[in-house]
Write a protein that binds this ligand. Structure first.
Ligand SMILES: [Ca+2]
Ligand SMILES: [Ca+2]
Ligand SMILES: [Ca+2]
Ligand SMILES: [Ca+2]
Length: 270
Protein backbone atom coordinates (compact mmCIF):
# COMPACT_ATOMS: atom_id res chain seq x y z
CA UNK A 1 0.00 0.00 0.00
CA UNK A 2 1.57 3.28 -1.13
CA UNK A 3 1.40 6.74 0.37
CA UNK A 4 -1.42 7.57 -2.00
CA UNK A 5 -3.69 4.94 -0.47
CA UNK A 6 -2.85 6.09 3.06
CA UNK A 7 -3.63 9.65 2.09
CA UNK A 8 -6.90 8.51 0.50
CA UNK A 9 -7.95 6.67 3.66
CA UNK A 10 -7.15 9.67 5.86
CA UNK A 11 -8.99 12.01 3.54
CA UNK A 12 -12.10 9.86 3.45
CA UNK A 13 -12.12 9.18 7.18
CA UNK A 14 -12.13 12.94 7.73
CA UNK A 15 -14.87 13.44 5.16
CA UNK A 16 -16.88 10.65 6.73
CA UNK A 17 -16.58 12.29 10.15
CA UNK A 18 -17.75 15.57 8.66
CA UNK A 19 -20.81 13.86 7.16
CA UNK A 20 -21.63 12.18 10.48
CA UNK A 21 -21.33 15.55 12.19
CA UNK A 22 -23.59 17.17 9.59
CA UNK A 23 -26.15 14.38 9.95
CA UNK A 24 -26.15 14.70 13.74
CA UNK A 25 -26.40 18.48 13.50
CA UNK A 26 -29.52 18.18 11.34
CA UNK A 27 -31.03 15.46 13.57
CA UNK A 28 -30.47 17.50 16.73
CA UNK A 29 -32.51 20.37 15.32
CA UNK A 30 -29.59 22.70 14.65
CA UNK A 31 -31.80 24.65 12.27
CA UNK A 32 -31.71 28.38 13.03
CA UNK A 33 -34.98 29.68 14.45
CA UNK A 34 -36.94 31.85 12.02
CA UNK A 35 -38.37 33.80 14.96
CA UNK A 36 -37.05 33.83 18.53
CA UNK A 37 -37.82 35.71 21.72
CA UNK A 38 -35.38 38.53 22.55
CA UNK A 39 -35.18 42.06 24.00
CA UNK A 40 -37.19 43.52 21.09
CA UNK A 41 -40.35 41.76 22.33
CA UNK A 42 -42.84 43.99 24.14
CA UNK A 43 -43.91 43.20 27.69
CA UNK A 44 -46.14 44.44 30.49
CA UNK A 45 -46.67 43.28 34.07
CA UNK A 46 -50.26 44.59 34.23
CA UNK A 47 -53.09 42.38 32.95
CA UNK A 48 -53.74 43.89 29.48
CA UNK A 49 -57.24 44.47 28.03
CA UNK A 50 -58.82 42.12 25.45
CA UNK A 51 -57.00 42.00 22.15
CA UNK A 52 -53.44 41.79 23.48
CA UNK A 53 -53.15 38.20 22.18
CA UNK A 54 -55.37 38.45 19.07
CA UNK A 55 -54.99 41.93 17.57
CA UNK A 56 -51.86 42.65 15.54
CA UNK A 57 -52.59 46.38 15.88
CA UNK A 58 -53.09 46.31 19.67
CA UNK A 59 -51.34 49.28 21.33
CA UNK A 60 -48.24 47.95 23.12
CA UNK A 61 -46.43 51.30 23.12
CA UNK A 62 -44.57 52.79 26.09
CA UNK A 63 -47.51 55.17 26.51
CA UNK A 64 -49.82 52.16 26.91
CA UNK A 65 -47.61 50.81 29.71
CA UNK A 66 -45.52 48.33 27.72
CA UNK A 67 -41.73 48.14 27.49
CA UNK A 68 -39.01 46.02 25.91
CA UNK A 69 -38.41 42.64 27.51
CA UNK A 70 -35.41 41.75 29.65
CA UNK A 71 -33.27 39.19 27.81
CA UNK A 72 -31.81 36.56 30.13
CA UNK A 73 -28.12 35.69 29.67
CA UNK A 74 -29.05 32.09 28.73
CA UNK A 75 -30.88 30.87 25.64
CA UNK A 76 -33.76 32.89 24.20
CA UNK A 77 -35.30 33.46 27.64
CA UNK A 78 -37.05 36.73 28.40
CA UNK A 79 -39.10 38.25 31.22
CA UNK A 80 -40.27 41.60 32.55
CA UNK A 81 -37.44 43.62 34.16
CA UNK A 82 -35.29 40.72 35.39
CA UNK A 83 -35.07 36.93 35.22
CA UNK A 84 -34.89 36.68 39.03
CA UNK A 85 -38.17 35.90 40.74
CA UNK A 86 -37.39 38.24 43.65
CA UNK A 87 -36.72 41.19 41.28
CA UNK A 88 -39.61 40.76 38.86
CA UNK A 89 -43.41 40.32 38.78
CA UNK A 90 -44.85 36.81 38.99
CA UNK A 91 -46.88 37.40 35.82
CA UNK A 92 -45.86 39.01 32.53
CA UNK A 93 -47.44 39.39 29.08
CA UNK A 94 -45.41 39.48 25.85
CA UNK A 95 -46.10 40.47 22.23
CA UNK A 96 -44.04 40.29 19.05
CA UNK A 97 -45.28 41.28 15.59
CA UNK A 98 -43.26 40.09 12.60
CA UNK A 99 -43.75 39.84 8.87
CA UNK A 100 -43.27 36.95 6.46
CA UNK A 101 -42.68 37.45 2.73
CA UNK A 102 -43.63 33.86 1.78
CA UNK A 103 -46.33 31.34 2.72
CA UNK A 104 -45.31 28.68 5.25
CA UNK A 105 -45.46 24.98 4.39
CA UNK A 106 -43.85 23.42 7.47
CA UNK A 107 -43.78 24.81 11.01
CA UNK A 108 -42.58 23.64 14.41
CA UNK A 109 -41.93 25.53 17.61
CA UNK A 110 -40.26 25.37 21.00
CA UNK A 111 -42.12 26.99 23.89
CA UNK A 112 -40.52 27.20 27.34
CA UNK A 113 -42.22 28.37 30.52
CA UNK A 114 -40.60 28.97 33.92
CA UNK A 115 -43.01 28.16 35.17
CA UNK A 116 -46.43 28.19 33.44
CA UNK A 117 -48.53 30.16 30.98
CA UNK A 118 -50.02 30.23 27.49
CA UNK A 119 -48.71 30.99 24.00
CA UNK A 120 -50.78 32.22 21.04
CA UNK A 121 -49.99 32.66 17.36
CA UNK A 122 -52.31 34.96 15.42
CA UNK A 123 -54.90 34.59 18.18
CA UNK A 124 -54.85 30.78 18.33
CA UNK A 125 -53.91 29.07 21.56
CA UNK A 126 -50.84 26.93 20.78
CA UNK A 127 -49.70 25.83 24.24
CA UNK A 128 -51.20 26.04 27.73
CA UNK A 129 -48.76 25.00 30.45
CA UNK A 130 -50.24 24.07 33.82
CA UNK A 131 -47.56 21.52 34.72
CA UNK A 132 -45.81 22.58 37.94
CA UNK A 133 -42.27 23.86 37.45
CA UNK A 134 -40.45 24.77 34.25
CA UNK A 135 -41.80 23.02 31.15
CA UNK A 136 -40.75 22.89 27.48
CA UNK A 137 -43.03 22.01 24.55
CA UNK A 138 -42.09 21.10 20.96
CA UNK A 139 -45.37 21.21 19.01
CA UNK A 140 -45.78 20.74 15.27
CA UNK A 141 -47.73 23.79 14.09
CA UNK A 142 -50.42 24.10 11.43
CA UNK A 143 -48.51 26.06 8.75
CA UNK A 144 -51.74 27.72 7.54
CA UNK A 145 -52.01 29.79 10.73
CA UNK A 146 -49.16 31.98 9.44
CA UNK A 147 -49.86 34.95 7.14
CA UNK A 148 -47.89 36.41 4.30
CA UNK A 149 -47.57 39.86 5.87
CA UNK A 150 -48.03 40.54 9.60
CA UNK A 151 -48.11 37.86 12.32
CA UNK A 152 -48.45 38.05 16.10
CA UNK A 153 -46.88 35.86 18.78
CA UNK A 154 -48.33 36.52 22.25
CA UNK A 155 -47.26 34.83 25.48
CA UNK A 156 -48.58 35.00 29.02
CA UNK A 157 -46.00 33.88 31.59
CA UNK A 158 -46.66 32.85 35.20
CA UNK A 159 -43.79 32.36 37.66
CA UNK A 160 -44.73 30.09 40.57
CA UNK A 161 -41.40 28.73 41.81
CA UNK A 162 -38.27 30.88 42.52
CA UNK A 163 -35.50 31.61 41.77
CA UNK A 164 -36.13 32.23 38.03
CA UNK A 165 -38.86 33.72 35.86
CA UNK A 166 -38.58 33.09 32.12
CA UNK A 167 -40.43 32.32 28.92
CA UNK A 168 -38.85 31.48 25.56
CA UNK A 169 -40.20 30.98 22.04
CA UNK A 170 -38.46 29.60 18.94
CA UNK A 171 -40.36 29.18 15.68
CA UNK A 172 -38.91 27.08 12.85
CA UNK A 173 -40.72 28.00 9.63
CA UNK A 174 -40.12 26.63 6.14
CA UNK A 175 -41.52 27.84 2.83
CA UNK A 176 -42.84 25.23 0.37
CA UNK A 177 -40.00 23.74 -1.64
CA UNK A 178 -37.28 24.24 1.00
CA UNK A 179 -36.47 20.57 1.54
CA UNK A 180 -33.16 21.13 3.35
CA UNK A 181 -34.50 23.92 5.59
CA UNK A 182 -31.86 26.54 4.78
CA UNK A 183 -34.41 29.29 4.12
CA UNK A 184 -34.11 29.28 0.31
CA UNK A 185 -35.53 27.20 -2.53
CA UNK A 186 -32.84 26.38 -5.04
CA UNK A 187 -31.11 23.64 -7.00
CA UNK A 188 -30.19 21.61 -3.89
CA UNK A 189 -33.88 21.26 -3.02
CA UNK A 190 -34.76 20.41 -6.61
CA UNK A 191 -32.08 17.73 -6.70
CA UNK A 192 -33.43 16.19 -3.47
CA UNK A 193 -36.97 16.14 -4.87
CA UNK A 194 -35.78 14.65 -8.16
CA UNK A 195 -33.90 11.88 -6.32
CA UNK A 196 -37.09 10.84 -4.50
CA UNK A 197 -39.58 11.54 -7.27
CA UNK A 198 -42.32 8.90 -7.40
CA UNK A 199 -41.35 7.36 -4.06
CA UNK A 200 -43.76 6.74 -1.17
CA UNK A 201 -43.14 6.86 2.58
CA UNK A 202 -41.25 10.15 2.24
CA UNK A 203 -41.20 13.33 4.31
CA UNK A 204 -40.60 17.05 3.90
CA UNK A 205 -36.80 16.67 3.73
CA UNK A 206 -37.22 14.28 0.76
CA UNK A 207 -39.41 16.68 -1.23
CA UNK A 208 -42.91 15.76 -0.01
CA UNK A 209 -44.20 19.28 0.57
CA UNK A 210 -47.90 18.31 0.44
CA UNK A 211 -47.59 15.94 3.41
CA UNK A 212 -49.28 12.81 2.03
CA UNK A 213 -45.97 10.91 1.98
CA UNK A 214 -45.41 10.66 -1.79
CA UNK A 215 -43.16 12.87 -3.92
CA UNK A 216 -45.27 13.75 -6.94
CA UNK A 217 -45.96 16.51 -9.45
CA UNK A 218 -47.85 18.63 -6.88
CA UNK A 219 -44.64 18.79 -4.81
CA UNK A 220 -42.60 19.76 -7.87
CA UNK A 221 -45.14 22.45 -8.66
CA UNK A 222 -44.81 23.95 -5.16
CA UNK A 223 -41.04 23.94 -5.48
CA UNK A 224 -41.24 25.51 -8.95
CA UNK A 225 -43.54 28.28 -7.68
CA UNK A 226 -40.96 29.29 -5.07
CA UNK A 227 -37.78 28.51 -7.00
CA UNK A 228 -35.09 31.15 -6.47
CA UNK A 229 -36.91 32.74 -3.53
CA UNK A 230 -35.96 33.05 0.15
CA UNK A 231 -38.03 33.27 3.33
CA UNK A 232 -37.59 36.57 5.17
CA UNK A 233 -39.01 37.07 8.67
CA UNK A 234 -38.61 40.67 9.79
CA UNK A 235 -39.69 42.80 12.75
CA UNK A 236 -42.89 44.60 11.76
CA UNK A 237 -41.41 48.09 12.00
CA UNK A 238 -38.51 47.25 9.71
CA UNK A 239 -40.93 45.79 7.20
CA UNK A 240 -43.19 48.84 7.23
CA UNK A 241 -40.19 51.04 6.42
CA UNK A 242 -38.82 48.76 3.72
CA UNK A 243 -39.47 49.09 0.00
CA UNK A 244 -42.49 47.25 -1.37
CA UNK A 245 -41.77 43.61 -2.11
CA UNK A 246 -41.18 42.89 -5.76
CA UNK A 247 -42.48 39.51 -6.87
CA UNK A 248 -39.83 38.01 -9.15
CA UNK A 249 -40.72 36.62 -12.55
CA UNK A 250 -40.46 32.82 -12.78
CA UNK A 251 -36.80 31.94 -13.16
CA UNK A 252 -35.51 30.57 -16.46
CA UNK A 253 -34.24 27.68 -14.33
CA UNK A 254 -37.85 26.50 -14.07
CA UNK A 255 -37.78 25.65 -17.76
CA UNK A 256 -35.09 23.08 -16.96
CA UNK A 257 -37.10 21.33 -14.22
CA UNK A 258 -38.75 18.62 -16.35
CA UNK A 259 -35.47 17.94 -18.14
CA UNK A 260 -33.61 17.52 -14.85
CA UNK A 261 -36.29 15.21 -13.55
CA UNK A 262 -36.15 13.08 -16.69
CA UNK A 263 -32.37 12.93 -16.49
CA UNK A 264 -32.41 11.79 -12.86
CA UNK A 265 -34.99 9.07 -13.51
CA UNK A 266 -33.08 7.82 -16.56
CA UNK A 267 -29.90 7.51 -14.51
CA UNK A 268 -31.70 5.64 -11.76
CA UNK A 269 -33.32 3.15 -14.15
CA UNK A 270 -30.23 2.71 -16.32
CA1 LIG B 1 -44.85 24.46 33.82
CA1 LIG C 1 -39.74 29.98 38.25
CA1 LIG D 1 -33.32 25.00 0.62
CA1 LIG E 1 -46.48 14.95 -1.82
Amino acid sequence: MGHGAVRFKRCCAATGAAWVWLALASLSGAQTPTVKSDATWRTTATQPPDGWNTDIHFDDSDAAGWQNAFKSPSGDNIWYGSNHSDQSPNQAWFRYVFTLNQPIGNATGTFFFDDNGEAYINGRLIVADTTPGATTFHPTLDPTIFNVGSNLVAVHGIDTIPPFSNVAVDLFLLMPGDANGDGAVNFNDLLTLAQHYGQTGRGWSDGDFTGEGTVVFADLLLLAQHYGQSLVAAPADAFVNASPQIVPEPSPALLALPLLLLGTNRRRHA
